[in-house]
Design a protein around this ligand. Structure first.
Ligand code: NAD
Length: 508
């Protein structure tokens, strides 16, 4: 396949070429196969990356082990200063990197740049955190004793990421992990290798300017074999995995087998409930963004919509009209809201999803077509009407298909919202306090993200992000998520000169 020269300047600005190495551990290399980065926009080859093997990973792990001692010994605020410099490096290339994300992943440009901004926001958060994380001092029951918690770096953090957020998910993990004192070893998605290399080049420039080992931010591009080897390696103290539930289940079992720590961010099957008292304009805009944004390829994409019977017809009519007006096409063009699906496999998943809906007594309200006349992987965002317990509704199909349901009582809508195996994000649109407090309380949504009058997607970095049930239970980004990247030591210091035992035990 011919290499596209259209984006040569962009690649050069990001220190990328036609041929690139996909392994970094202080120096660049890689002895695996050469993988083409194919743009979902038009099928052109953006560049090539020679990825890593498990042997490359083993060599890299040794370098990371060495770096661990240097990095964990630096005082946290000094680590924060390095992350602050990384922020500046990212900021300087925000537009270029955002454009590369659009070209390689396929999301629209504002979302591509937004994702880089998310990483930048995360570095800001992490820099502040580097001067703030603190342990508790706890009352000891023994006289002349002092009891406190000390938080130490955990060791090495392995980060395995999905194709749909090729920058931000690594950003959440790396920024926090680094200020916590852990070097990071990253395996990105095999279909977004150029982005992984571009990000690592920016970070490595900061490390080298500060005479720090490059392996503090290591990269091993590769496939499932490299991912499994990271999961198996007992030197990796925390494996932060973002991807499908099927793969996450396997990774979780491998890591548990060796009693490693695991942070799982897996698939979602998110719903929006619109009550009869809701602000319908707000709800409509939210549904559109949450179901069509990123062409339905966010873990937090709305896949199920529950409409109160009193507003069902009117809301659906407006929604269909809004769907008709969505501009589908090249994600780099202004005004386009829906870019291509990431791969041909995703187009096939869309086709199968539509067929399953029809086979399971559902109907297509809007959409259902693959846009074969366009060069890229374009499909029409789709609305369906089907039973809420149909098998096709139970699984996450990672494409823009939204199933619409009618309900009468909020309690029934909540039960249907909670009836799926996944538990990432749920939103309720209402203006009534009694609905709001029910929704966020014990009888409400059972997901990790529980929203009112905001879409299921588009979380801020200040909160802890993640979901329950088959979404894996992990929490990343803000709040106290940093604790997972550190080892808590409970320290008791006896300054009494005698030895009173806890629980009043006499042992003499
Ligand atoms: P995927 O599971 O196919 O791949 C994810 C990563 O796992 C890739 O880097 C892949 O190479 C690697 N991998 C594959 N097999 C492996 C194995 N046996 N051992 C270790 N690693 C392996 O997912 P995807 O298609 O890239 O991404 C889409 C999925 O990710 C969706 O299910 C989506 O909901 C989920 N996701 C979840 C979140 C979240 O925060 N909950 C965020 C983004 C995406």
């Amino acid at each position: 396949r011919k290499y596209s020269t259209t984006h040569k300047d962009l690649l050069a600005a990001l220190d990328l070429g036609e041929e690139n190495y996909g392994v970094y551990n202080g120096s660049w290399g890689g002895s695996g196969e050469v993988v083409e980065s194919i743009s979902p926009i038009d099928g052109t080859v953006l560049g090539r990356v020679r990825v890593g093997t498990t042997k490359d990973l083993a060599e890299t792990m040794e370098k990371v082990e060495e770096a661990k001692h240097v990095w964990s010994q630096l005082p946290a605020p000094q680590r924060g200063e390095i992350v602050r410099q990384m922020r500046d490096a990212l900021f300087a290339k925000r537009e270029d990197l955002g454009k590369l994300v659009s070209l390689e992943m396929g999301k629209i440009l504002p979302e591509g740049s937004g994702e880089v901004q998310e990483y930048i926001d995360m570095t800001d958060y992490a820099v502040g955190l580097s001067r703030m994380f603190s342990g508790k001092i706890l009352p000891s029951e023994r006289p002349g004793h002092f009891m406190a918690e000390q938080w130490n770096p955990l060791g090495i953090v392995g980060v395995i990421t999905a194709f749909n957020f090729p920058v931000a998910v690594y950003g959440w993990n790396s920024a926090i992990s680094l200020v916590c004192g852990n070097p990071v070893i990253w395996k990105g998605s095999p279909t977004t290798n150029l982005t992984s290399v571009a990000v690592t080049k920016l970070l490595s420039s900061v490390l080298s300017r500060n005479a720090l080992p490059g392996s503090i931010c290591s990269l091993v591009c590769g496939g499932a074999d490299v991912g499994e080897a990271i999961a198996e390696d007992s030197r990796v103290n925390l494996v932060s995995f973002t991807g499908s539930t099927a793969v996450g289940r396997r990774v979780g079992q491998i890591v548990q087998e060796r009693f490693g720590k695991c942070l799982l961010e897996l698939g979602g099957n998110n719903a929006i409930i619109v009550m009869d008292d809701a602000d319908q304009v707000l709800a409509l805009r939210s549904v559109l963004f949450a179901a069509v944004g990123t062409a339905g390829q966010r873990c937090t994409t709305t896949r199920r919509l529950f409409l109160h019977e009193a507003i069902y017809d009117e809301f659906l009519e407006k929604l269909v009209k809004a769907y008709t007006q969505v501009k589908i096409g090249n994600p780099l063009e202004a005004g386009v809201l829906c870019g291509p699906l990431h791969t041909k496999a995703a187009v096939n998943a869309y086709r199968k999803g539509i067929k399953d809906v029809l086979d399971q007594n559902g109907e297509i309200i809007f959409g259902g077509q693959v846009l074969d006349d366009l060069k890229g992987n374009y499909v029409v965002p789709t609305l369906t009407r089907i039973s809420h317990d149909a098998p096709v509704v139970q699984n996450e199909i990672f494409v823009p298909i939204l199933h619409v349901f009618k309900f009468t009582e909020l309690d029934d809508a909540i039960a249907m919202n909670n009836s799926v195996k996944q538990g990432l994000s749920s939103s309720l649109f209402t203006t009534k306090p009694e609905n709001i407090f029910k929704w966020i309380g014990p009888a409400g949504a059972d997901s990790g993200i529980v929203n009112i009058n905001v879409p299921t997607n588009g979380a801020e970095i200040g909160g802890a992000f993640g979901g329950e049930k088959e979404t894996g239970g992990g929490r990343e980004a803000g709040s106290d998520s940093w604790k997972q990247y550190m080892r808590r030591a409970t320290c008791t210091i006896n300054y009494s000169g005698i030895l009173p035992l806890a629980q009043g035990i006499k042992f003499e």
